[in-house]
Design a protein around this ligand. Structure first.
Ligand SMILES: Nc1nc2c(c(=O)[nH]1)N=C([C@H](O)[C@H](O)COP(=O)(O)OP(=O)(O)OP(=O)(O)O)CN2
Ligand SMILES: [Zn+2]
Length: 149
């Protein structure tokens, strides 16, 4: 049976700030992120299986990515907890804002690495994460490929 890649697309709105950056993205601002998740596997060949012909049900892939990423990052603001931004983050949290503290600089590169680890942990053993594409703006994106890592 052939290996087939399938892709599910997601979107979420997230704020961030790049501490120490020498441009406008040092300011707190937000993006409408778009995430493409591509997995690879062989379509189920057992015609008695309700998922006959599927690598993984798009709905099951959606449940994983939604729980691990979309529901966590959507309408949250992400700060690097290893920088003085942690003080701003705590102030916002105390005022009831949805703040995420991460242990990396929240660039699209670092976020896509984080997302790859989170998704890989929850995929069935016969399904492999092939690649992720995280689009930050209309003209900027980062990609993670299993074959590169
Ligand atoms: N390699 C990276 N560079 C930058 C990142 C990043 O995550 N990785 N992030 C930012 C900012 O957060 C923001 O995304 C600005 O990106 P940029 O493409 O520069 O946005 P513009 O609106 O200026 O894009 P144009 O389409 O060129 O107007 C900065 N750099
Ligand atoms: Zn940004």
């Amino acid at each position: 049976m052939s290996n087939i890649r399938i892709t599910k697309q997601f979107s979420f709105e997230t704020g961030h700030a790049l501490y120490g950056y020498d441009g406008k993205c040092k300011n707190v601002h937000g993006h409408s992120y778009r995430l493409d998740v591509t997995v690879i596997g062989t379509p189920i060949s057992d015609n008695t299986n309700v998922k006959f012909g599927m690598v993984i049900d798009f709905g099951d892939l959606k449940k994983i990515v939604k729980a691990e990423i979309v529901d966590v990052f959507d309408h949250a603001t992400v700060f690097n907890k290893n920088t003085p931004h942690v003080e701003l983050a705590k102030e916002l949290q105390d005022r009831g804002h949805n703040v995420l503290l991460v242990d990396y600089q929240p660039t699209s590169e670092m976020m896509v690495i984080d997302f790859a680890e989170k998704i890989k942990r929850h995929l069935p053993s016969n399904i492999k994460l092939h690649s992720l594409k995280l689009q930050e703006t209309a003209t900027s994106y980062a990609e993670w490929f299993a074959s590169d890592n």
